[in-house]
Design a protein around this ligand. Structure first.
Ligand SMILES: C[S@@+](CC[C@H](N)C(=O)[O-])C[C@H]1O[C@@H](n2cnc3c(N)ncnc32)[C@H](O)[C@@H]1O
Length: 366
């Protein structure tokens, strides 16, 4: 129809477009959950380098064979696995995990590692949806610990490649004076809100004379950090402590303090920044890594911004609201806000370090 019904035709077209878009999103969400099953049940690990029939996969991974068969068929239909001959009867088909898919699904240090992007939304945010409904109604928050082991594990893996493969290069190239300080034998660094310690360990590996102290509120994260320290063989130079940095009283002894991907989650970021400032030796530097959101609100926006907004709604904002009072920052921490928090904490010099990363913005505070 035309003429007077132009508006309703527009509505119909928009309804159809939204339905198509959300069908694709729903399919993606469902497939993500099947990937979660594959990771958690060790199905991909059992297929690595060794193709399997449904019965063989069931035996290898310790799952029921009827489920193994359905999962294998779905994974092949989705294009995640290859099947040798689809025309064979179900029991005779064998399935292969392609090498590139094995890397993305199973290698935590790969630049293409996808397990965190599965564990965090499905196992972490998915598990707290009932709490989120309550929180949205009451205005209260959801504590970080409630997101559980999958979220913690996903968070650990999320920035692993950045910390190991990119951060040392950023410091060397864009912050040569900080690089020179960190290279000194006995230099001291405090990694605040270190989570499971991936950044602390990566910096200790990059600078063999560096002493690193990691601090975090979350006890299970610190337990995981300590275990990883023993595995890395750097226990003589890296130590971890459960501590609220807003309340920590330390001598002004650290040459460098770092806060990675955490300030926007904190109810009182100014108190934490002030705590960091108290920890810094005279002339020391604070490095802050925060999401690279746009300078201003923009809608409709690009995929990066849309991704950050979903994380904010489902995790960062509720975590920030888990204590009162809270400034309720959320993931969308724009540079102007960082400057405001830094000034309130007594920092006089705030610079954005040019690292040109899609998801991260690095700040230098002094
Ligand atoms: C999103 S995680 C980031 C962890 C880690 N830096 C990373 O990049 O993987 C935020 C962390 O901040 C910690 N945190 C929040 N407030 C804190 C505070 N006042 N003192 C110490 N840690 C804090 C949480 O326990 C959590 O582990």
């Amino acid at each position: 129809m035309t003429g007077g019904n132009g508006g309703s035709l527009g509505d119909a077209a928009r309804a159809q477009a939204l339905a198509a878009r959300l069908f694709t999103a729903s399919l993606g969400a469902g497939e993500l959950m099947t990937v979660y099953l594959g990771i958690k049940l060790g199905l991909y690990a059992a297929l690595r380098n060794t193709p399997a029939s449904a019965a063989e996969l069931a035996e290898r991974a310790g799952v029921a064979s009827r489920y193994a068969r359905e999962w294998l068929e779905q994974q092949a239909a989705a294009g995640f696995l290859d099947v040798d001959d689809p025309l064979l009867d179900p029991a005779g088909r064998r399935y292969t995990l392609p090498g590139g898919h094995a890397e993305a699904l199973l290698d935590g240090d790969s630049p293409f590692a996808v397990a965190p992007l599965t564990l965090m939304p499905v196992g972490g945010m998915g598990a707290v949806l009932p709490l989120l409904l309550d929180a949205y109604r009451s205005g209260e928050g959801v504590p970080y610990g409630a997101y559980g082991a999958d979220f913690r594990g996903g968070q650990a893996g999320l920035n692993e490649h950045v910390f190991r493969a990119q951060l040392p290069g950023w410091i060397r190239r864009a912050l040569p004076d900080v690089h020179d300080v960190l290279r000194r034998d006995g230099a001291c660094l405090a990694d605040v809100a270190c989570g499971t310690g991936r950044s602390s360990l990566a910096l200790a590996a990059a600078y063999p004379g560096l002493q690193v102290s990691g601090f975090d509120l979350d006890e299970p994260s610190i337990g995981l950090a300590r275990a990883a320290t023993r595995e890395d063989g750097v226990a003589d130079r890296v130590r971890f402590e459960v501590a609220d940095v807003a309340r920590l009283r330390r001598e002004r002894c650290y040459d460098v303090v770092t806060v990675f991907d955490a300030l926007h989650d904190m109810p009182d970021p100014v108190a934490v920044l002030a705590g960091c400032r108290r920890m810094l030796a005279p002339g020391g530097t604070l490095l802050l890594m925060e999401p690279r959101v746009r300078e201003e609100f923009h809608a409709p926006s690009d995929e990066t911004e849309r991704f950050f907004y979903t994380v904010s709604l489902l995790h960062c904002l509720p975590v920030g609201l888990a204590e009162t009072p809270s400034v309720a920052t959320g993931t969308m921490i724009r540079p102007e806000r960082v400057r405001r928090y830094a000034a309130a904490a007594g920092f006089t010099d705030v610079r954005i370090v040019d690292v040109a990363h899609r998801f991260h913005r690095l700040y230098r505070l002094a």
